[in-house]
Design a protein around this ligand. Structure first.
Ligand code: IPM
Ligand code: MN
Length: 350
């Protein structure tokens, strides 16, 4: 029995989570698994009502689950930064979700904006460090509002943080068993301290513990160029937090958009959190038009992370079938089906 904390969140989050749970229920019945869900009301609505973002007591409870399933966070009436820092980033830090795993995989039948590229060419994963870099919050503002104002936002990278992220990436490439290649995405020509550390550890542990995995390097600016021009060059990309944030939005676009892009905030030794990587899409709230496949894909990643690889594969294959045989588009309102109908289709093809 798996205990899952469900955080539907804001906007269209609850609509897509509903479909994800529907699919989880169906696959668990078929596979003889048991899920026990506890819903938590967190997000913009609760903040506006009570001033609470993530009460300590709730955080303590979240630590007790096998996984966390998150819809979306973000509310038009809440100032930017409050929910992001207070909820999403706080969960990443407090639960030490040090890997942000973002597969970039084009399913058959899904449109990509890349000309002449198909599912054969677009199939890689980004392993984004998720607890350090500029996200660590080091820095500050002095003399605010004066002509002598100074703003500093430093990047914090630790040997431990870099090493555990790299190890995850190498191990993941081994498990994927495709090109068996890890590309370190950095900026060694400018960020000479941070990427000196990354690059040294990359080669040190790569040579010693992962000799079967090919090591490659690309500057971040070249990485985005090649993600568009030659996405087939990539197998596993590993990178620091901010670069990973940026390149995975490009990744989501080339795999068909936010309607299909799923991700996991992972603590390999603890409780992990899975989510569609798109936002709360407030303008579509309650309309039953957004694509739930990203959220259903996040459920598949959660199953995989729990060790239920067969169930995960069934869900992923059903998503593929729905993409290739039904959906006209991945975009909200253009799928040719409602949110609910897409969830039903996935269940049908499980
Ligand atoms: C993401 C988001 C977050 C990030 C924001 C909402 C804080 O863009 O998960 O990629 O920057 O990591
Ligand atoms: Mn982002």
């Amino acid at each position: 029995m798996y205990k899952i904390a469900v955080l539907p969140g804001d906007g269209t989050g609850p609509e897509v989570i509903r479909e994800g749970l529907k699919v989880l229920d169906a696959v668990s019945a078929a596979e003889g698994l048991k899920f026990d869900y506890t819903h938590y009301d967190l997000g913009g609505e609760r903040y506006l009502r009570t001033g609470e973002v993530l009460p300590d007591s709730v955080l303590a409870e979240l630590r007790q689950f096998d996984a966390i399933y998150l819809g979306a966070i973000g509310h038009p009436d809440v100032k930017p930064g409050i929910l992001e820092k207070g909820l999403l980033l706080r969960l990443r830090f407090e639960l030490d979700l040090y890997i942000n795993l973002r597969p970039v995989k084009l399913y058959p039948g899904v449109d990509t904006p890349l000309k002449d590229k198909g599912p054969e060419e677009i199939d890689f994963v980004v392993v984004r460090e998720n607890t350090e870099g500029q996200y660590a919050g080091a820095g500050g503002i002095m003399r605010k509002g004066t002509p002598h104002e100074i703003a500093i936002q430093e990047s914090v990278c630790t040997r431990m943080g870099v090493e555990r992220c790299l190890r995850y990436a190498f191990a993941y490439a081994r498990r994927r068993n495709k090109q068996k290649k890890v590309t370190l995405c950095g900026k060694t020509n400018v960020l000479t301290y941070v990427f000196d550390l990354w690059e040294r550890v990359f080669h040190e542990i790569g040579e010693k513990d992962y000799p079967d995995i090919t090591r490659d390097y690309a500057h971040v600016d070249a990485t985005v160029m090649w993600m568009v021009k030659n996405p087939e060059w990539f197998d596993v990309i590993v990178t620091e937090n901010m670069f990973g944030d940026i390149i995975t939005d490009l990744g989501a676009m080339i795999q068909g958009g936010m309607g299909i892009a799923a991700g996991g905030n992972i603590n390999p030794e603890g409780v992990s959190m899975f989510e569609p990587i798109g936002g709360s899409a407030p303008k579509y709230t309650g309309l039953n038009v957004v694509n739930p496949l990203a959220c259903i894909g996040a459920a598949a990643m959660m199953l995989d992370n729990l060790g239920e690889t067969k169930a995960a594969e069934r869900v992923e294959n059903a998503i593929k079938t729905v993409c290739s045989t039904h959906l006209k588009s991945m975009a909200a309102g253009k799928m040719g089906y409602t949110t609910e109908e897409v969830g039903d289709l996935v269940v049908k093809y499980l």
